[in-house]
Design a protein. Sequence first.
Length: 183
Amino acid sequence: MLKKNEEYVVDIIDNGFQGEGIAKIDGITVFIDKAIKDEKVKIKILKVQTNFAYGKIIEILEKSDNRISNEDCTTYKRCGGCNLRHIKYEETLNIKKAIVENCLYKALKRNVEVNNVIGMEKPFFYRNKLQYPVGIDKDLKPVIGVYSSRTHDIIPTNECFIQNKECQIIANDIFEFITENNI
């Protein structure tokens, strides 16, 4: 039986709806953030429910060929904005297609052929939605950025690789106004 805080070595057999890796331990499905199908990872169990559990990677023992570095983004590991950025773009398109197929299968109880996802030539700076939380940090200073994954903690950001560059400039200008005027 799975227990919180125990460590396991698992094979990632699939990727889920949010891009998380999926493993099985004693018949229980375990969702592991930032794990990729075909990897072998050492995990720590964070939460156990009746039929599933959540784990986090402690160590990647066998890395997927689809794993890429994302060291250009300073907030990726804490941000909740782009949960597939550690996976080669071409593979993310396959994952998205599989998500649609799985949703259709669950709804219709039959397989539906889904066309391949049409990718972008340059999958950066494409989002045309300006939404930045503004708040006060632990030192009581204003902060603007993105929410940390599954929290309301604001991670400061000056550049986001999915946000339209003009929107980022607007957000930075607003933040400059806030700080200069002690708002």
